[in-house]
Design a protein around this ligand. Sequence first.
Ligand SMILES: [Ca+2]
Ligand SMILES: [Ca+2]
Ligand SMILES: [Ca+2]
Length: 194
Amino acid sequence: MKRLLIPPAILAIFGWLLVLGPGCAFGGVLFLEDFETDLSQWTSGQGVIVNDPLEADQALTFTGLNAGGDIWTVASFTSIPGQYILSFDYLGTCGSQGCGGFVGYDPGDVWLAGTGGWPSLVTLPDTGQWEHITVPFTGPAGISLKVEDWSGAGGVAGDVYFDNFVLTAVPEPATYALVGLGLCAFALLRRRSA
Ligand SMILES: [Ca+2]
Ligand SMILES: [Ca+2]
Ligand SMILES: [Ca+2]
């Protein structure tokens, strides 16, 4: 219950931001990937773009198994003070639980989501259907996402698919308000001086 006690000053700032209205957008999307063009946002590995087996677009799968990661994002990402949300779509087609899809980040060799057999924050369900996965987590600055079809799983290479990665930074309410306040004040001043 302690976290629900928001200081009146913060509420006032949020109220002012609402009054300022359109033009004062501030969001925290760090990374987007829908696999519709190429893998230039990723290091080379055994990841390949293929036709989505269930939909009319394209998705990521793997031509070989790996451990410790197979492809990493070229860019690294930072959320201050360290709150992130990763969401993506996952499809496991091996027919039982344990196809081997894993998503994590480095440095730290942290696995955010996986199909079991190795510790991860969230279990990816191998249902033969696309599953939308959301993983809130706390991490360090400068993380690179990594994905693999794990060699220690029961399935084979290429029985897992990924699509629509979105990595978002979640500032604490006070930080969020102050950053937004700065951006909005700047926009307002520019508007007035124009
Ligand atoms: Ca896609
Ligand atoms: Ca898709
Ligand atoms: Ca597999």
